[in-house]
Design a protein around this ligand. Structure first.
Ligand code: OKP
Ligand code: ZN
Length: 343
């Protein structure tokens, strides 16, 4: 299958993140994309550089003022005489006002961010935009008749909400791809999120919509990031009532429990009668992942790919997490290889 990529991903290099009380080197680093690219090239996937797309595609799923914030944040930071990486340190939690965006950059950053683990640097906007372009190009490839396409997105996207960033994510690439499929004439689109972390941003974006089903299998937010969304009683509202399915699983989940959840997810997608599928493909469910706690061996990723392929739907696979950098390429190639063989 075609791999849509962009060299501009490397412009986002956050440096450090706040992790368990310490400033540590970012887990979400440029080398991740390079390892994936090498592994996919080695097995012969066709590489295509993502095309430029209009920014109006981003505003289909994000708030315009939020997109403006991302576009201008680092320039505003530099105008205050600072440089390097931006991390927020105050957030509008309970008892504080959320009805106004502070005029200054520090307050605005805390307003739009939901964690202190997602630095913005000078190249973040360029990279995040290029990442979204990978997803858009892959979606258009599928609209033109390809069975499936893979977007080598970096930075990832599934934590980015309509007007909030965090979890290493700025623009929600999977949501942007799903919306592109809708705008291209697909009436019902399903998003299956198999990243270890709950896809809170995708859930938020489609929460009140009946045309996009969102399903996420993830480590339970009782103990796992993003902690404040992803429980199984979140099912959608309004036109989106019943259109969100969360399948949280405990730390230590093995293949037996994982496949049961995967089959539940696939059954829901079949029932929805989707015309196309977007997969938020995180491979941080791997047993060697440094920030996650499922126990899937590398041999399970081809099985995941084959099961998803069995849905028989036109599919856009969008890269999300995966932080065991040495194995990330093998695990992504495992999913894509088995998917291709099954179709
Ligand atoms: C991104 B993706 C809080 C940061 C905690 C965030 C993990 C984001 C995972 N200071 N870590 O879903 O793989
Ligand atoms: Zn993740």
């Amino acid at each position: 299958m075609r791999v849509f990529h962009s060299p501009l991903h490397a412009r986002h290099d956050g440096g450090v993140e706040l992790h368990r009380g310490q400033l540590v080197p970012c887990f979400e680093m440029p080398a991740r994309a390079d390892y994936i690219a090498r592994a996919l090239r080695d097995v012969g996937h066709a590489f295509v550089e993502a095309a430029e797309h209009d920014d109006s595609r981003l505003a289909r799923v994000h708030d315009a003022a939020f997109v403006d914030f991302l576009r201008t944040a680092h320039a505003r930071w530099r105008e205050e005489g600072r440089d390097g990486s931006m991390l927020p340190s105050g957030f509008p939690a309970r008892s504080l006002r959320r009805d106004r965006v502070p005029a200054g950059i520090n307050g605005a950053m805390g307003y739009y961010a939901f964690d202190a683990g997602t630095p913005i640097v000078g190249g973040t906007w360029t990279a995040a935009r290029a990442s979204a372009h990978c997803a858009l190009s892959a979606a258009e490839d599928v609209l033109s008749g390809s069975t499936a396409a893979y977007a080598l997105c970096r930075p990832p996207g599934h934590h980015a909400a309509r007007s909030a960033y965090g979890g290493y994510c700025f623009l929600n690439n999977a949501a942007i791809a799903a919306q592109r499929l809708r705008d291209g004439g697909v009436e019902r689109v399903a998003v299956l999120d198999v990243d270890y972390h709950h896809g809170n941003g995708t859930q938020d974006i489609f929460w009140t919509r009946g045309d996009v089903l969102t399903v996420s299998i993830h480590g339970t937010p009782e103990t796992e990031y993003p902690w404040f969304l992803g429980f199984d009683d979140e099912t959608g509202e309004g036109d989106g009532a019943g259109g969100n399915l969360n399948l949280p699983l405990p730390r230590g989940t093995d293949w037996t429990a994982y496949t049961a959840a995967l089959e539940t997810a696939l059954a829901a997608i079949r029932r929805f009668q989707a015309g196309a599928l977007v997969v938020s493909l995180g491979v941080d469910t791997f047993e060697g992942d440094p920030i996650s706690a499922f126990r899937l061996g590398a041999d399970r990723f081809p099985q995941i790919g084959a099961r998803i392929a069995a849905l028989g739907l036109p599919t856009v696979l969008v890269q999300e997490g995966g932080y065991a950098v040495a194995e990330i390429g093998l695990n992504v190639a495992g999913v894509l290889g088995a998917f291709t063989e099954a179709r």
